[in-house]
Design a binder for this molecule. Structure first.
Ligand code: SAH
Length: 260
Protein backbone atom coordinates (compact mmCIF):
# COMPACT_ATOMS: atom_id res chain seq x y z
CA UNK A 1 0.00 0.00 0.00
CA UNK A 2 1.53 3.31 -1.03
CA UNK A 3 1.43 6.23 1.29
CA UNK A 4 1.94 9.81 0.21
CA UNK A 5 2.14 12.82 2.53
CA UNK A 6 0.87 16.28 1.75
CA UNK A 7 2.02 18.96 4.19
CA UNK A 8 0.36 22.30 3.65
CA UNK A 9 1.33 25.67 5.08
CA UNK A 10 -1.75 27.89 5.01
CA UNK A 11 -3.47 30.75 6.77
CA UNK A 12 -6.82 29.03 6.11
CA UNK A 13 -6.58 25.37 7.17
CA UNK A 14 -10.38 25.02 7.18
CA UNK A 15 -10.35 25.48 3.37
CA UNK A 16 -9.01 21.90 3.29
CA UNK A 17 -12.25 20.59 4.84
CA UNK A 18 -13.29 20.27 1.21
CA UNK A 19 -11.01 17.24 0.93
CA UNK A 20 -13.22 15.50 3.48
CA UNK A 21 -16.04 15.67 0.94
CA UNK A 22 -14.42 14.70 -2.32
CA UNK A 23 -15.42 11.10 -3.04
CA UNK A 24 -12.43 8.99 -4.03
CA UNK A 25 -10.01 11.53 -2.51
CA UNK A 26 -11.76 11.30 0.87
CA UNK A 27 -11.66 7.50 0.66
CA UNK A 28 -7.91 7.63 -0.06
CA UNK A 29 -7.48 9.71 3.07
CA UNK A 30 -9.58 7.32 5.15
CA UNK A 31 -7.65 4.32 3.84
CA UNK A 32 -4.32 6.07 4.57
CA UNK A 33 -3.22 6.03 0.93
CA UNK A 34 -2.52 9.70 1.60
CA UNK A 35 -1.79 11.73 4.73
CA UNK A 36 -2.77 15.37 4.95
CA UNK A 37 -1.02 17.55 7.53
CA UNK A 38 -2.03 21.18 7.88
CA UNK A 39 0.23 23.86 9.35
CA UNK A 40 -1.73 26.93 10.42
CA UNK A 41 0.55 29.83 9.52
CA UNK A 42 -1.02 31.94 12.28
CA UNK A 43 0.51 29.62 14.89
CA UNK A 44 3.95 30.52 13.60
CA UNK A 45 3.16 34.27 13.62
CA UNK A 46 5.28 36.89 15.35
CA UNK A 47 4.59 38.41 18.78
CA UNK A 48 1.44 38.34 20.87
CA UNK A 49 -0.68 39.21 17.82
CA UNK A 50 0.80 36.31 15.86
CA UNK A 51 1.59 38.68 13.03
CA UNK A 52 2.02 36.96 9.68
CA UNK A 53 1.93 39.89 7.25
CA UNK A 54 3.22 43.42 6.91
CA UNK A 55 3.21 46.42 4.58
CA UNK A 56 5.40 46.22 1.47
CA UNK A 57 8.73 48.04 1.49
CA UNK A 58 8.58 50.84 -1.09
CA UNK A 59 4.84 51.32 -0.58
CA UNK A 60 1.95 50.06 -2.65
CA UNK A 61 -1.31 48.21 -2.17
CA UNK A 62 -2.00 45.29 0.14
CA UNK A 63 -0.12 43.24 2.68
CA UNK A 64 2.75 40.82 2.14
CA UNK A 65 3.28 37.55 4.05
CA UNK A 66 6.39 37.84 6.22
CA UNK A 67 9.19 35.35 5.66
CA UNK A 68 9.85 34.26 9.29
CA UNK A 69 6.51 32.45 9.98
CA UNK A 70 6.69 30.56 6.68
CA UNK A 71 10.32 29.52 7.29
CA UNK A 72 9.44 28.46 10.86
CA UNK A 73 6.45 26.40 9.68
CA UNK A 74 8.53 24.81 6.91
CA UNK A 75 11.29 23.92 9.36
CA UNK A 76 8.81 22.26 11.73
CA UNK A 77 7.70 19.76 9.06
CA UNK A 78 9.23 16.29 9.29
CA UNK A 79 10.79 15.69 5.88
CA UNK A 80 10.40 12.28 4.24
CA UNK A 81 13.28 10.97 2.08
CA UNK A 82 11.83 12.00 -1.27
CA UNK A 83 10.16 15.36 -0.80
CA UNK A 84 9.61 18.54 -2.75
CA UNK A 85 8.40 21.95 -1.68
CA UNK A 86 6.01 23.69 -4.05
CA UNK A 87 5.16 27.36 -3.82
CA UNK A 88 1.70 28.33 -5.07
CA UNK A 89 2.06 31.44 -7.22
CA UNK A 90 0.50 32.82 -10.42
CA UNK A 91 4.09 33.53 -11.49
CA UNK A 92 5.00 29.83 -11.49
CA UNK A 93 5.03 27.12 -14.13
CA UNK A 94 1.47 26.30 -15.15
CA UNK A 95 0.43 22.93 -13.68
CA UNK A 96 0.23 20.02 -16.14
CA UNK A 97 -0.80 16.39 -15.75
CA UNK A 98 2.82 15.47 -16.42
CA UNK A 99 3.84 17.32 -13.23
CA UNK A 100 1.38 15.29 -11.16
CA UNK A 101 2.71 12.07 -12.71
CA UNK A 102 6.28 13.17 -12.01
CA UNK A 103 5.57 14.01 -8.35
CA UNK A 104 3.54 10.84 -7.75
CA UNK A 105 6.78 8.87 -7.28
CA UNK A 106 7.84 11.06 -4.33
CA UNK A 107 6.98 10.43 -0.66
CA UNK A 108 5.91 13.96 0.21
CA UNK A 109 4.85 17.30 -1.18
CA UNK A 110 5.08 20.39 0.99
CA UNK A 111 2.71 23.04 -0.37
CA UNK A 112 3.04 26.71 0.58
CA UNK A 113 -0.09 28.81 0.08
CA UNK A 114 0.20 32.57 -0.27
CA UNK A 115 -2.50 35.14 0.53
CA UNK A 116 -3.08 38.90 0.13
CA UNK A 117 -0.46 40.47 -2.16
CA UNK A 118 1.62 37.31 -1.93
CA UNK A 119 4.76 36.57 0.07
CA UNK A 120 8.11 38.15 0.75
CA UNK A 121 10.46 37.38 -2.15
CA UNK A 122 12.83 35.47 0.18
CA UNK A 123 10.19 32.75 0.64
CA UNK A 124 11.03 31.63 -2.91
CA UNK A 125 14.28 30.08 -1.65
CA UNK A 126 12.29 27.41 0.20
CA UNK A 127 10.71 26.15 -3.01
CA UNK A 128 11.93 23.42 -5.32
CA UNK A 129 9.29 24.49 -7.82
CA UNK A 130 6.90 27.41 -8.22
CA UNK A 131 3.51 26.33 -9.53
CA UNK A 132 0.58 28.24 -10.99
CA UNK A 133 -2.89 26.80 -11.48
CA UNK A 134 -3.38 28.94 -14.60
CA UNK A 135 -3.06 32.41 -16.01
CA UNK A 136 -5.38 34.13 -13.59
CA UNK A 137 -5.08 35.44 -10.05
CA UNK A 138 -6.88 33.84 -7.10
CA UNK A 139 -7.07 35.30 -3.60
CA UNK A 140 -4.97 32.51 -2.10
CA UNK A 141 -2.95 29.36 -2.77
CA UNK A 142 -5.46 27.01 -1.09
CA UNK A 143 -7.46 26.13 -4.22
CA UNK A 144 -4.29 25.46 -6.25
CA UNK A 145 -2.99 23.27 -3.39
CA UNK A 146 -6.29 21.35 -3.18
CA UNK A 147 -6.14 20.87 -6.96
CA UNK A 148 -2.66 19.37 -6.72
CA UNK A 149 -3.68 17.08 -3.82
CA UNK A 150 -6.78 15.98 -5.72
CA UNK A 151 -5.05 15.37 -9.06
CA UNK A 152 -2.09 13.54 -7.55
CA UNK A 153 -4.18 11.37 -5.22
CA UNK A 154 -6.08 9.95 -8.22
CA UNK A 155 -2.75 8.61 -9.48
CA UNK A 156 -1.91 6.73 -6.29
CA UNK A 157 -2.48 2.97 -6.67
CA UNK A 158 -5.66 1.83 -4.95
CA UNK A 159 -7.40 5.21 -5.11
CA UNK A 160 -9.43 4.67 -8.26
CA UNK A 161 -11.66 1.60 -8.46
CA UNK A 162 -10.42 0.84 -11.98
CA UNK A 163 -6.87 2.08 -12.66
CA UNK A 164 -7.56 1.64 -16.40
CA UNK A 165 -9.51 4.88 -16.28
CA UNK A 166 -6.16 6.69 -16.05
CA UNK A 167 -4.92 5.36 -19.37
CA UNK A 168 -7.14 6.99 -21.99
CA UNK A 169 -8.08 10.13 -20.16
CA UNK A 170 -7.33 13.64 -21.38
CA UNK A 171 -3.75 14.87 -20.89
CA UNK A 172 -2.37 11.45 -19.97
CA UNK A 173 -1.38 11.17 -23.58
CA UNK A 174 -1.09 14.58 -25.24
CA UNK A 175 -4.64 14.13 -26.50
CA UNK A 176 -8.10 14.86 -25.13
CA UNK A 177 -10.24 11.85 -24.35
CA UNK A 178 -12.93 10.58 -26.74
CA UNK A 179 -16.64 11.28 -26.03
CA UNK A 180 -18.49 9.11 -23.52
CA UNK A 181 -22.12 7.99 -23.55
CA UNK A 182 -24.25 6.03 -21.11
CA UNK A 183 -27.91 5.03 -21.08
CA UNK A 184 -30.47 6.00 -22.37
CA UNK A 185 -29.67 5.19 -26.03
CA UNK A 186 -31.78 8.14 -27.21
CA UNK A 187 -32.03 11.19 -24.96
CA UNK A 188 -34.03 14.22 -26.01
CA UNK A 189 -33.66 13.22 -29.67
CA UNK A 190 -29.87 12.75 -29.30
CA UNK A 191 -28.73 9.24 -30.13
CA UNK A 192 -25.65 7.30 -29.03
CA UNK A 193 -23.39 6.52 -32.06
CA UNK A 194 -24.33 3.07 -33.39
CA UNK A 195 -20.75 1.89 -33.37
CA UNK A 196 -20.69 1.92 -29.55
CA UNK A 197 -23.41 -0.74 -29.45
CA UNK A 198 -21.95 -2.76 -32.36
CA UNK A 199 -20.02 -5.09 -30.05
CA UNK A 200 -17.02 -4.75 -32.43
CA UNK A 201 -14.23 -3.92 -29.98
CA UNK A 202 -11.60 -3.14 -32.59
CA UNK A 203 -13.97 -0.82 -34.47
CA UNK A 204 -14.86 0.91 -31.20
CA UNK A 205 -11.19 1.34 -30.35
CA UNK A 206 -10.49 2.92 -33.75
CA UNK A 207 -13.57 5.17 -33.50
CA UNK A 208 -12.44 6.38 -30.10
CA UNK A 209 -8.93 7.04 -31.33
CA UNK A 210 -10.31 8.98 -34.28
CA UNK A 211 -12.62 11.06 -32.04
CA UNK A 212 -9.79 11.75 -29.64
CA UNK A 213 -7.64 13.12 -32.46
CA UNK A 214 -10.50 15.15 -33.97
CA UNK A 215 -11.47 16.58 -30.63
CA UNK A 216 -7.92 17.61 -29.81
CA UNK A 217 -7.47 19.31 -33.19
CA UNK A 218 -10.78 21.19 -32.83
CA UNK A 219 -10.31 22.32 -29.26
CA UNK A 220 -6.65 22.25 -28.41
CA UNK A 221 -4.54 22.63 -31.50
CA UNK A 222 -1.76 23.80 -29.21
CA UNK A 223 -1.45 20.25 -27.84
CA UNK A 224 -0.95 18.87 -31.35
CA UNK A 225 1.81 21.23 -32.29
CA UNK A 226 3.94 20.81 -29.23
CA UNK A 227 7.07 18.77 -29.61
CA UNK A 228 5.73 15.64 -27.90
CA UNK A 229 2.79 15.51 -30.21
CA UNK A 230 4.78 15.98 -33.34
CA UNK A 231 6.25 12.61 -32.48
CA UNK A 232 2.85 11.13 -31.87
CA UNK A 233 2.12 8.69 -34.69
CA UNK A 234 5.12 9.82 -36.65
CA UNK A 235 4.14 13.47 -36.89
CA UNK A 236 1.36 12.72 -39.37
CA UNK A 237 -1.18 14.55 -37.27
CA UNK A 238 -0.65 17.97 -38.77
CA UNK A 239 -1.56 17.04 -42.34
CA UNK A 240 -4.45 19.15 -43.63
CA UNK A 241 -6.37 18.55 -46.84
CA UNK A 242 -6.98 21.45 -49.36
CA UNK A 243 -10.11 22.45 -47.40
CA UNK A 244 -8.09 22.82 -44.21
CA UNK A 245 -9.60 19.65 -42.70
CA UNK A 246 -7.22 17.47 -40.71
CA UNK A 247 -6.35 14.15 -42.27
CA UNK A 248 -5.81 11.63 -39.53
CA UNK A 249 -3.65 8.59 -39.95
CA UNK A 250 -6.52 6.40 -38.82
CA UNK A 251 -9.81 6.42 -40.63
CA UNK A 252 -12.82 4.37 -39.82
CA UNK A 253 -16.08 4.59 -41.79
CA UNK A 254 -18.53 5.79 -39.19
CA UNK A 255 -21.09 8.47 -38.57
CA UNK A 256 -19.66 11.91 -37.95
CA UNK A 257 -19.95 13.40 -34.49
CA UNK A 258 -22.38 14.62 -33.30
CA UNK A 259 -24.61 12.22 -35.14
CA UNK A 260 -28.14 13.32 -34.32
N1 SAH B 1 0.45 39.88 -6.18
C1 SAH B 1 0.68 38.53 -6.67
C2 SAH B 1 -0.58 37.72 -6.58
C3 SAH B 1 -1.02 37.43 -5.19
S1 SAH B 1 -2.44 36.45 -5.10
C4 SAH B 1 1.18 38.57 -8.10
O1 SAH B 1 0.83 39.50 -8.82
O2 SAH B 1 1.92 37.68 -8.53
C5 SAH B 1 -2.27 35.77 -3.50
C6 SAH B 1 -1.78 34.34 -3.41
O3 SAH B 1 -2.71 33.50 -4.06
C7 SAH B 1 -0.47 34.07 -4.09
O4 SAH B 1 0.61 34.34 -3.24
C8 SAH B 1 -0.57 32.58 -4.43
O5 SAH B 1 -0.17 31.77 -3.34
C9 SAH B 1 -2.05 32.39 -4.65
N2 SAH B 1 -2.40 32.38 -6.07
C10 SAH B 1 -3.13 33.30 -6.75
N3 SAH B 1 -3.30 32.97 -8.03
C11 SAH B 1 -2.67 31.77 -8.20
C12 SAH B 1 -2.47 30.91 -9.30
N4 SAH B 1 -2.94 31.19 -10.52
N5 SAH B 1 -1.76 29.79 -9.12
C13 SAH B 1 -1.23 29.49 -7.90
N6 SAH B 1 -1.39 30.28 -6.82
C14 SAH B 1 -2.08 31.41 -6.95
Amino acid sequence: MSNFSFDVITLFPTAFDLIKNLGVITKALEKNFINLNLYDLREYGEGSYRQVDDKPYGGGAGMVLKPEPIYKAHKSITKLPRNKTLLMTPQGKVLKQQDLIRWSTLDQLILICGQYEGFDERVRYLADEEISLGDYVLSGGEIPAISIINGLTRLIPGTLGDPNSLIDESHNKPLLEYPHYTRPFIFDGMKVPDILVSGNHEAIRLWREQKSLERTSERREDLLINKDNRNYQGGKLKTKDPNGIYQFPIFYECETYPDW
